[in-house]
Ligand binder design. Structure first.
Ligand code: COI
Length: 354
């Protein structure tokens, strides 16, 4: 047994050397919650953050009038911890998530943990649950930092107390069918975000509002939907759970930031593609261009880089690469995942080793 940082009194954490997981079928993990050993909790009352601590994973107790339950004051993050082939533990670009949470909190009028508090909580939670990090190449440990208005309110106002929680779950591929190309549908009726709204921050409400269109599409056999902009109903924004890229004549384009989520994988793919000599643009991408692209792929922490096999827009359906994996998609997937799993040199400085 080994204690974690300054929180030795809160909980005694088993180390990976003394406790192993028996009977886990690492080959068949999808993307669903799998309870682990510990979560981290830290509270902020009237602007003052208290000492955080690791606790056994379990339910949270909340007032029925908590700001998050009544007025949606909530933000979340997603990042991953990987086990390398030689047994090291890597976090991928955790600072990006810390900064994004701070930016989201400013937009949602919430108190947020500092970058140092965020990173320390993530490191402690991952190390406390390290036996749940899948073997190299069999998935990753998804880390979910959550910031909620936990204080009670009745009139519409920022909550007087915030809770920062970090929990983890081992995960495999996000979409059913693993890395097989997915079929998407362009949503022409509902919108995800509007200019001046909160589409560019990772607030919980952005995700509840996409469920209706997503469920309708799923019932027709699609994996997910692509949202269009709310002004012209013509420019591509993002998929419910991830960002989107097109490749045309060797040039890579993705919708510019504004009302879309500033994805960490999106940013990494832009940097990788530029480094590999591709012409890369962040610009408005119309639905027509999407339908005429040579390759389309999605990016996100959960989905990684996922090829798109077909898109249906109004009455038209385009199949890309005969439903197979495109050359550029494959190259970028490989370049990203090899850095994440420690199989290639991290010349960008994206990896933090624990
Ligand atoms: C992620 O990719 O980390 C996300 O937060 C998307 C979520 C819908 C799983």
């Amino acid at each position: 047994l080994r204690s974690q940082g300054t929180h030795a009194s809160a909980v005694t954490v088993p180390s990976a050397d003394t406790e192993t997981l028996a009977g886990i079928d690492w080959d068949n993990f999808g993307f669903s919650i799998h309870p682990t050993d510990y979560m981290y909790i830290m509270k902020c009352e009237r602007g003052q953050w208290q000492q955080g601590e690791l606790k056994p994973y379990g339910n949270l107790e909340l007032s029925p009038s908590a700001g998050v339950l009544n007025y949606g004051q909530g933000l979340f993050e997603g990042l991953k911890a990987y086990r390398t082939f030689d047994g090291r533990i890597f976090l991928f670009r955790p600072k990006e998530n810390a900064v994004r949470m701070l930016e989201g909190a400013a937009r949602m009028s919430m108190d947020a943990p500092s970058e140092e508090m965020f990173l320390s909580a993530v490191r402690k939670t991952v190390l406390a649950n390290q036996r749940w990090i899948p073997p190299s190449g069999k998935g990753s440990l998804y880390v979910r930092p959550l910031l909620i208005g936990s204080g009670a309110v009745l009139g519409l106002a920022p909550a007087p107390e915030y809770s920062f929680v970090v929990y983890v779950s081992p995960v495999g591929n996000y979409f059913k069918g693993g890395l097989a190309p997915i079929d998407l549908k362009v949503e022409t009726h509902h919108h995800r975000a509007a200019p001046g709204g909160t589409g560019g921050v990772k607030t919980i409400g952005n995700y509840a509002s996409v469920l209706k269109a997503q469920l309708e599409a799923k019932s027709k056999g699609y994996s997910d939907v692509i949202y269009l902009d709310a002004v012209n109903n013509h420019y591509v924004e993002e998929v419910s759970s991830c960002n989107i890229f097109i490749v045309k004549d060797g040039e890579i384009s993705t919708p510019e930031l504004g009302s879309i989520l500033p994805g960490v994988t999106r940013k990494s793919i832009l940097e990788l593609a530029r480094d590999q000599g591709y012409k890369v643009k962040e610009r408005p991408v119309s639905a027509d261009e999407l339908m005429d692209a040579d390759e389309v792929f999605c990016t996100g922490t959960a989905v990684v880089v996922n090829p798109v096999g077909s898109i249906t827009y109004k009455e038209r359906r385009t199949r890309y690469n005969n439903g197979g994996l495109g050359k550029v998609t494959k190259e970028l997937y490989k370049a990203l995942t090899e850095i994440q799993m420690g199989l290639s040199t991290d010349k960008f400085g994206w990896i933090e080793e624990l």
